[in-house]
Structures are given as C-alpha cells and as structure tokens.
Design a protein around this ligand. Structure first.
Ligand code: ZN
Length: 144
C-alpha cells in the first residue's frame, strides 16, 4: 500500500521555495517525500512535509504518514474536507523533542497559520510522532 500513491505535482512547483519554510527549493526539500522517493529522517522533517502536503493538498501523503493506529475510518473524508476549506500560509516550529535518527518517538510543537474559508486562523499543536516499519509517522496532537 505504501508504494501505491502517486499524487500529481505540477513541474513548475519543483523549483519554487518549499512551503514548509525551510528556505530550500521544494525539489530539494519535501518533494522527494511527497513522491515517495525518500523518507523524512527526523520527526521535524516529517512534520514539515505534512505541512507542505496540506499546502499542496495531498491527502494520500497525509494518510500514508499518519500512524496506522491513528487512521480513523473517516480520515480521508476529514482530510479532504480540511483541504477543501483551508489555505495554509505559514509554519513556525516552536520546539522539538527527540525525533532524531536514533529515536523511535518524537514531539514537535508548532504554529500553523492558515485561512479557513478565507478567515485567518491559527493552529497551535504539540504533535507526537512514532516510527512505524522504520519510518516516521504522525500519531496525534497530544504531546502538550
Ligand atoms: Zn519542505
């Protein structure tokens, strides 16, 4: 299942700055993750790639990078609803804890600014991440 998603990402996006605010080109940052050609080595990198997947509206990637134990039956519907209504504007990483190459768990606190149906909103979250089959996955928002 992990290898089956191929979301269409227009070529012109590849050279522009990555939406995750890494200040790197998308093709040198989150694109290889979104194309399933590489996997984020840290929880923070996964967090950033999920933010940019929200930005580019890539539900398959968001599902794939959700820990299997957190994949609710309505996950796709919920994500598609969120992606339909939201425009993601800015990501600020506040702090990280573990989540490095040798870790199995990690936490990332962040603030994401977005618009919901055109209205400015802010999401502040302490995300928890776990490794699953060697790869970082998003577990939940209960890391605070
Ligand atoms: Zn990125």
């Amino acid at each position: 299942m992990a290898q089956d998603y191929h979301e269409k990402i227009p070529k012109e996006r590849h050279v522009s700055l990555c939406p995750c605010k890494s200040k790197r080109a998308y093709q040198d940052c989150c694109l290889p993750f979104h194309q399933n050609k590489a996997h984020p080595k840290t929880a923070e990198a996964l967090m950033r790639s999920r933010y940019s997947a929200f930005f580019f509206r890539l539900p398959d990637y968001l599902i794939e990078t959700t820990h299997p134990s957190s994949r609710t039956p309505t996950l796709r519907k919920d994500l598609e609803n969120t992606l339909h209504h939201s425009d993601w504007k800015f990501l600020t990483i506040i702090s990280t804890s573990k989540g490095l190459k040798e870790d199995k768990r990690g936490k990332v606190a962040f603030i994401a600014d977005y618009y919901w149906d055109g209205e400015a909103q802010q999401l502040q979250e302490h995300s928890r991440f776990r490794r699953f089959k060697g790869h970082w996955k998003y577990l939940d928002d209960k890391g605070g």
